[in-house]
Design a protein around this ligand. Structure first.
Ligand SMILES: Cc1cc2nc3c(=O)[nH]c(=O)nc-3n(C[C@H](O)[C@H](O)[C@H](O)COP(=O)(O)OP(=O)(O)OC[C@H]3O[C@@H](n4cnc5c(N)ncnc54)[C@H](O)[C@@H]3O)c2cc1C
Length: 499
């Protein structure tokens, strides 16, 4: 049981033991992971230990939503199961946190009580079939009626579709002429109540994350007046605050997952003897494992940073640079770590019952949802180049040297980054630049760990590996490329005509 008042470290350790028992003794996760959902009663048993109480405000009986405790819970959970950690991440980042911060006080008591006592869950509905990355153009709309807010639209790809009782639904206000207003508002929906039921039109056959149902949801509901969230300024700013905090929560989900991939790979490479020694004694393998350790170090540093900057009381609406950089890089590191585990495992890794194979498909969508990574990297580059233009500075290194988030780390890349940026960069280059900047920023977090007693050998290795990656990325960035898609590529390109 997660104690709602006592020592957190003890109770998160006990929770971790509970997951180990449920996943490895009572059931066998490597077997049931090939099926959708969880074995009968398992989710209920897990939720009965009140893990989500960590995120509920103290005034409503929870532990108060401390970023450190939330990230520690996600870390412990993702070591055992990434889908379960994502289930908690959705509930905490996309429902409980936003309710704690923006819901009407009259709505909170009942909802939080049901999370704590009735094991209920909540998710968020933003994406629509015709509006994904361009969410601000969503067509789900609302209008005020005598009975409350009437909301109409279709949403899809919501995590916990058909399983969560509560939803936060994003919608735009219907104008007098029938069109949708510019701002986005959020509404609580209690799908157990009359007029608030969400109709699941289809369940999706997701590639991974079998534990979590996804699908298409028809929204045609009428909600009480106190179920509309109250933004501090605009609805879009509220949405950014919510999404940026959620992105800063990703390192918690990534931490346990990356550590698990690393531990599995290390154990396998130690035990697998080929020829004169084990796999770990082979140079190329040792480098691959060292890269996983570098991912572990970066992710640890991101967790520490996130704890400092992402508290619920902070307004993160303008913190897109760090939120986007953290989310995109840490999810790339998750996917890389899973790919490495499968590679070092040989054919053994190519099994659904192997955690590496599942790790690849389970971590893959983290690079897509809450902002596809290429778009986030582009936004990182846009934020920095905007600041450079403002300061009329075209030399990348000179700028980064004076910029708080990169000043400590950019010294390691002086020769690579001492380049003059052209005023207009094509989108493909902006994405490359974002990858570079995210790595430089993340190394600043790693350097911050240095003074705190974190292992220096891990930090030193990490610096070397990130230097190598940045050098490779800079080479790509500087390589002029204007290749375009060739229309009608099939005519004149069939190999059989040339053999
Ligand atoms: C496992 C999973 C869980 C999810 N959970 C939720 C959830 O809980 N709630 C929810 O509301 N949604 C959820 N989503 C939806 C997710 O947020 C969207 O899939 C995502 O925003 C991308 O939208 P899309 O799928 O429509 O892709 P599109 O918008 O069609 O984009 C496709 C690709 O094109 C690229 N692209 C798009 N526009 C541009 C551009 N202007 N320039 C260059 N490239 C561009 C994108 O980077 C992307 O790679 C989830 C999705 C998945 C896969």
């Amino acid at each position: 049981m997660i104690s709602l008042t006592g020592n957190f470290t003890t109770s998160v350790n006990e929770f971790s033991d509970l997951l180990k028992r449920l996943f490895h003794k009572t059931n066998n996760i490597d077997q049931f992971s090939a099926n959708r959902g969880l074995p009968e009663g398992m989710l209920n048993e897990i939720l009965s230990h009140k893990p989500l109480g960590v995120a509920i405000p103290e005034a409503y009986g929870g532990r108060g939503n401390s970023a450190r405790e939330v990230l520690a819970l996600l870390t412990a959970t993702s070591y055992e199961s990434l889908p379960l950690a994502l289930t908690f991440g959705i509930n905490i980042g996309l429902f409980i946190g936003p309710i704690a911060k923006y819901a009407d006080d009259t709505a909170k008591g009942d909802i939080f009580g049901r999370f704590l006592d009735d094991r209920n869950m909540g998710g968020m509905m933003i994406t629509e079939p015709n509006h994904g990355s361009d969410a601000l153009n969503m067509q789900t709309s609302y209008r005020e009626t005598e009975a409350g807010y009437k909301i109409d639209g279709t949403k899809h790809w919501q995590g916990l579709t058909g399983l969560a009782r509560y939803w936060l639904i994003a919608a735009r206000k219907q104008q007098a002429n029938g069109s949708a207003g510019r701002d986005v508002d959020f509404f609580i929906c209690d799908s157990s109540k009359e007029n608030q039921q969400i109709v699941v039109e289809e369940y999706f056959d997701t590639l991974g994350l079998y534990m979590i149902p996804y699908g298409r949801n028809k929204v045609d509901v009428t909600l009480p007046i106190n179920y509309k969230l109250n933004p501090q300024t605009t609805g879009i700013n509220m949405m950014l605050d919510i999404l940026h905090r959620s992105r800063m929560q990703f390192p918690g989900m990534a931490m346990g997952f990356i550590k698990r991939m690393l531990d599995e790979a290390t154990t396998h490479c130690r035990d697998r003897v080929l020829g004169k020694g084990n796999l770990l004694s082979k140079d190329a393998i040792a480098f691959m494992i060292a890269r996983m350790q570098s991912a572990y170090t970066i992710c640890s540093a991101m967790c520490v940073r996130s704890c400092h900057i992402s508290g619920l009381d902070v307004n993160l609406s303008s913190e897109g640079l760090e939120a986007n950089s953290i989310k995109a890089l840490v999810t790339d590191l998750m996917q890389d770590s899973a790919q490495t585990l499968v590679q070092v495992s040989g054919a053994k890794g190519y099994q659904l019952s192997h955690i590496g194979g599942r790790g690849i498909v389970d971590s893959r969508p983290f690079q897509i949802f809450e902002g596809p990574n290429e778009m986030l990297y582009t936004q990182v580059a846009e934020a920095i180049t905007r600041l450079m233009k403002k300061q009329q500075q075209s030399n990348l290194f000179t700028f980064l040297e004076s910029f708080t988030l990169t000043a400590k780390s950019c010294q390691f890349f002086k020769s690579e980054l001492s380049v003059s940026l052209s005023n207009i960069l094509p989108q493909r280059k902006m994405s490359d630049l974002g990858k570079i900047l995210s790595r430089v920023m993340s190394l600043s977090y790693v350097i911050d760990l240095d003074g705190k007693g974190f292992r220096l050998d891990l930090i030193d290795n990490c610096i070397q590996i990130v230097r190598q990656e940045v050098a490779a990325l800079m080479a790509t960035f500087q390589n002029e490329s204007n290749v375009q898609v060739i229309a009608d590529y099939e005519s004149g390109s069939s190999w059989t005509n040339f053999a």
